[in-house]
Design a binder for this molecule. Structure first.
Ligand code: ZN
Length: 95
């Protein structure tokens, strides 16, 4: 069993090396056609455990980044709303 940070890094390195041959640059390595990672998995060149580990980790990273992006978006929308409100108030005063 590979464990610890070295194993983790090795997993990502192995996937990243394979991913260079994927047909699409934004390949998620799950269901795409022309995915080099899925192909290596099918041929037994890539360990299924490593691949599953990779997917699990990626999900966690994606969840973290998506919630961050989501809160950023909400902040932006709030800023826009506040600006529109201020504009509306100013207009009301000048008339
Ligand atoms: Zn792929």
């Amino acid at each position: 069993m590979i464990d610890g940070e070295d194993g983790l890094q090795g997993t990502f390195d192995a996937i990243a090396a394979l991913a260079k041959d994927c047909r699409f640059a934004d390949c998620t390595h799950t269901r795409e056609s022309g995915c080099a990672v899925a192909e290596a998995l099918e041929k037994g060149l890539l360990d299924k455990g490593l691949y599953n580990n990779y997917l699990k980790l990626r999900k966690e990273v994606e969840y973290f980044t998506s919630t961050k992006a989501e809160s950023h978006k909400k902040n932006r929308e709030f800023g826009r709303m506040a600006k529109a409100y201020q504009k509306f108030q100013k207009k009301g005063c000048s008339e």
